[in-house]
Design a protein around this ligand. Structure first.
Ligand code: HEC
Length: 203
């Protein structure tokens, strides 16, 4: 390419791009972009935050406190003065979020729960938990109706990322399954939130 050709290229291709990107966006355009976030993407974002919090709590708090002999995490944490288990922390944070009245809900569930209340509560949840056992690579999603409102619901596979996951569940007195292995899908994280904009009803 000659020098002249490359100059032409700058003038015709690159400069217009600079001008186009410099044009300020209108409020309407911004609103369009905001409204355009798909519920699937929102669910992925929420799932990322929930998982990050759980992992960091498990490593930087539970494991560290255990390794330094400071305090253990155990199921009866309230009575025993120990730390809540990561699963309990996730469930507690789900309850806290529910209280805020956005209609956003999330919890841990399984087809083989330690506690029945963590089992599937609808056909959608049963199907979803079965689906993520078969294919953990993607969430099972759908739109459900509760009362007059429509909700987006997504179920993400919850895997035994360490042997301790499987060991604790396999040996728990109330466990409905005793042969979990490292890497198995043990259940799912179920997330749901209302579709539409003005859904913020304070309880
Ligand atoms: C020290 C024991 C222990 C460890 C370790 C543990 N869990 Fe659990 N898990 C529990 C208990 C107890 C519950 C029930 C909590 C509740 O409902 O109060 C639970 C709940 C769950 C549930 C909801 C269904 C059910 O069984 O009630 C899933 C899914 C789950 N854990 C997955 C995991 C995964 C994945 C790991 C590892 C990252 C893990 N657990 C590590 C004890 C444990």
């Amino acid at each position: 390419m000659t020098h002249y050709q490359s100059m032409l290229r700058v003038v015709f291709f690159v400069l217009p791009l600079v001008f186009v990107s410099a044009v300020p966006r209108s409020d309407a355009q911004d609103a369009e972009v905001a409204a355009g976030i798909s519920p699937q993407v929102v669910a992925d974002y929420l799932h990322a935050v929930i998982q990050a919090d759980r992992t960091l709590y498990a490593t930087h708090v539970v494991s560290r406190m255990q390794d330094t002999g400071t305090v253990l995490a155990s199921e009866g944490w309230k009575k025993r003065g120990t730390l809540p288990l990561p699963a309990q922390m996730l469930l507690l944070s789900g309850l806290e979020v529910k209280e805020q009245g956005f209609g956003l809900q999330f919890r841990l569930a399984s087809l083989w729960p330690i506690y029945e209340r963590n089992g599937p509560s609808t056909e959608f949840e049963t199907k979803g938990l079965e689906a993520v056992v078969k294919d953990p690579s993607q969430p099972y999603t759908g739109i459900i109706t509760r009362g007059e409102k429509k909700y987006f619901k997504a179920i993400y596979a919850d895997k035994a990322v360490s042997k301790t996951c499987a060991n604790c569940h396999n040996t728990h007195i109330l466990s409905a399954k005793r042969d979990h292995k490292l890497g198995d899908v043990m259940g799912g994280i179920i997330i749901s939130f209302p579709l539409g904009s003005k859904q913020h009803d304070v309880p």
